[in-house]
Design a protein around this ligand. Sequence first.
Ligand code: UDP
Ligand code: MG
Length: 313
Amino acid sequence: MKLCIVIPCYNEEAVLNETAAAVKNVLESLILSGEISEDSKIAFVDDGSRDKTWEIIKGLNKSDKAFEGIKLSRNKGHQNALLAGLMTVKDNFDAVISMDADLQDDISAVFDMIKSYKEGNEIVYGVRSSRKTDSVFKRATAKAFYGIMKMLGAETVSDHADYRLMSRKALAALSEFSEVNLFLRGIVPMIGFKSAIVYYERGKRAAGESKYPLKKMLSFAFEGITSLSIKPIELILRLGVIISVFGFGFLVYTLVQHLLHNTTAGWTSLIGSIWILGGLQIFSIGVIGKYIGKIYMETKRRPRYIVEENTME
Ligand code: UDP
Ligand code: MG
C-alpha cells in the first residue's frame, strides 16, 4: 500500500522541521513493518506563507525524497490548501492521510488509521477523545458549533477536525464535488462508503501560534453552515408564517377592543397593519429565499450519486 501524508502549512516555520522529523519517523516505522510501500510520501502544502515555510519545505525535499512540496500562489485558507493537496496527490496513492502542521493531532493514530483502512474502510475519521487541552471558551464554542450544525441538518462528525484517512476511491468521489466553497468536514460524510472512527488525544500546539483566532473561527462556522445547508432560509419562511398568524390574531384582538371602545382612534388599524405587513414581508422574503436556496444548491453541481462498486469494471 502506497501512502501519502498531506500537511497544509501557513506560516509554520517555527514548527515545520520538528513536524517533518516526527512524521518521517512514523512513515519509516510503517515502511519497516511492511505496512506501507517504500515510495510513500509526505507532502507539504504551502498555503501562501509569508515566512520561511516554503524554503524549509524545499530544503526538506532536497535532503530526503520522502518529502514533497506543493506551493499555492497565495493564502487560500486551511480548507482550500488541504483540498489542493488532496487533489494533487489523489491519483498516485492508495490512501492519503491529512493532518495539521502543528503536531496537535497525535500522529500515532496513523497506525490505527492504516489498520482500519486495511480492514476495508475507505474513510477513517480521527476524532479527539477529550478536549482537556482546550480553553473553556474553545470547548464551549466548539460544542455550540457542532450542536448548531446538527440542528441545521449539516452532517458532521463531532470533534473531528481534518485529521483523516481517505482511500483513492474516496478521493475520486470527493473530486466530483465541484463546489467552490468546499467545507470538507461536511462534504466528506456525504460521500458515504464504509468508514470508521479512530480516537486520539489532542495536545497543545508544538510551536508557533494558532492561525484560527476567534474571528476566523466564527467565519469558518458560518461558512460551514451556509455552504452545507439552506435551513437558515427555511427558518425565515417559518418566522414569516408565525408572525403573519400573530398578525391576524392581533387584528382580531384589536377589533374586539375597538368595538368595546377600549382604544384610541387609529390604534386598531395601525397595530393590525404593522403585524400583518411585517409578517407578510418576512414570509415573502422566505419564499424568495427558498427559490434562491434551490438555485444555490443547483449551482454547486454536486454529484447526484456516487457508485461504490461496479462489478463490470
Ligand atoms: N492553515 C493553512 N492556511 C490558513 C490557516 C491555517 O494552511 O490560512 C493550516 C495551519 O498551518 C495548520 C492547520 O491549517 O497546519 C490548522 O491551523 P491551526 O493549527 O492554526 O488551527 P487550530 O489548530 O488552532 O484550530
Ligand atoms: Mg492547530
